[in-house]
Design a protein around this ligand. Structure first.
Ligand code: IMP
Ligand code: MG
Length: 182
């Protein structure tokens, strides 16, 4: 079903599911080394990071807890509105906790820059960022990311949690959506 979806819209595979799995395992080992067996509280930015979070958590040999936050920064298509707003806040306080924010893709950096500042003001013991994908070419706001899966070119991608107008989140690979001219 996912395969036929891929074919109809001529999506091009950028990162295969198997490659992503290997990289997620490596990130998990890095997080384990850095966190030294201490509990880690993961904050998943909905909705795109949900698959990355699910795979990452199952790789980690650490005591973990999870919370979710949702922000709106984009409209229904691929154009940024420039606006970032919390639409669903965390369920619990993060004060004193070792926290890692989990994001699907770092693009302009506006979303993470905003969220990082808000979450830092809630006094966690530490606050780090894990992003599966990074599109450095489009950066507007500087942001230091502690764990990055893959740097990718300036192309709009879908799959492995990422959507275009809410479609394609279920694709196992990360695929490029061709632009109108292609
Ligand atoms: P930023 O604030 O520009 O860094 O935007 C980050 C958010 O934009 C991500 O969490 C995604 O939801 C969305 N986004 C940015 N680039 C892409 C893409 O190529 N595909 C799907 N969503 C994207
Ligand atoms: Mg997102």
């Amino acid at each position: 079903m996912a395969k036929s979806q891929q074919k109809k819209t001529k999506l091009q595979v950028l990162l295969r599911g198997s490659e992503i799995r290997r990289r997620v395992k490596a990130l998990a080992r890095q997080i384990e080394r850095d966190c030294k067996g201490e509990p880690v509280h993961f904050i998943c930015i909905l909705k795109g990071a949900c698959i990355f979070l699910a795979d990452l958590l199952r790789e980690l040999r650490l005591p973990v807890s999870v919370d979710f936050i949702a922000v709106s920064s984009y409209g229904k298509g691929s154009l940024p509105s420039g606006e970032v707003r919390i639409t669903k806040d965390l369920d619990q306080s993060i004060e004193g906790m070792q926290v890692i924010i989990v994001e699907d893709i770092l693009d302009t950096g506006l979303t993470l820059n905003y969220l990082y500042r808000i979450l830092q003001s809630r006094k966690p013991k530490s606050l780090k960022i894990a992003a599966l994908l990074d599109k450095p070419a489009r950066r507007v706001k500087d942001i230091a990311v502690d764990y990055i899966g893959f740097k990718i070119p300036d192309q709009f991608v879908v799959g492995y949690g990422l959507d275009y107008a809410e479609r394609y989140r279920n694709l196992p690979d990360v695929c490029v959506v061709p632009t109108a001219e292609e």
